[in-house]
Design a protein around this ligand. Sequence first.
Ligand code: UDP
Ligand code: MG
Length: 339
Amino acid sequence: MISENKKLISIVIPCYCEEESIPAFWDEICKTTGTMSHVNFEFLFVDDGSKDNTLDLLRTLSFKDSRVRYISFSRNFGKEAAMYAGLQEAKGDFVAIMDADLQDPPSLLPEMLRTVESGKYDCAATRRVTRKGEPRIRSFFAKMFYKIINKISDADIVDGARDFRLMSRKMVDAVIQVGEYNRFSKGIFGWVGFKTKWLEYENAERRQGETKWSFWKLLVYSLDGIVAFSSMPLYIASVLGIVLCLFAFLAIIFVIVRQLIWGGSAYGWPSLVCIILLLSGVQLFAIGILGQYLSKTYLEVKKRPIYIVNETDSDNPFTNSEKSAGGSASKETTSLVEG
Ligand code: UDP
Ligand code: MG
């Protein structure tokens, strides 16, 4: 039963083409939340411009269960945008973020809730201690990324950290305040601070469907993360420039002295070509780094919205009136599969 003085937990679920995963996810999450009767739940699905029947499923679900809300984007804006929209719209005293593919085990929720309810922590976050089932090369690059970013940025980014976490209202409000366009949530969560308890678990493989992250997408995302949370690449480019200038200066002195002592004319042009190639390469590399920061700045100053909403549960013609009136009365747990 829903009671007014119970705390409300919002569960934000970013979904992109998850028609295969949602029914199983819904069953599992209902099982777990069913055992947590001292709190109320709100399930906020964010349809990130799915091309399959995800939105239809969400409409049905929200019609059947008044605790279910949804936001549907006008196109695919990416998981970062979906999480941000979810956090902005969530009404709960505590807010959790979960993937729809059951890679984030719902069974951890009770412990996460106990952790933040105790008042000692503002956030219960999860990290995978294994990467079982993941391609080796992907794990290798992921490990390298965490090593590098932790060396060169102030943000504390934990290896294997998932976006699966439960946060207090205080922390959610802080994360929402960080309204930057180029979002790298793993960094933002660390940057806002607050006390976080890390719960560890073994990697679970995706139950249905396929990952939406190609190796290339992940690589670009990790570079974005570095640009968003560190100015180190700019320093590296500058230091490289200074070192090369010094080197060139010494080389000039050497050439002049050699000319004065031994005379002779321009021999060694192949080495000259090598030097020109090297230097122009380094210059392009440095300009490229500069360009990365400039392009991010360009996107930020344009102040485009992070996402655009096409439809929400309040537009759903089938949504029952109880919910639009702001009540949170819930029907018994419904199964999507039954129709
Ligand atoms: N997702 C999203 N927008 C995207 C890509 C993914 O909302 O553009 C969602 C996806 O539906 C899932 C979660 O983000 O709920 C994690 O995605 P996925 O399982 O593909 O990533 P992985 O677990 O392989 O890192
Ligand atoms: Mg996944």
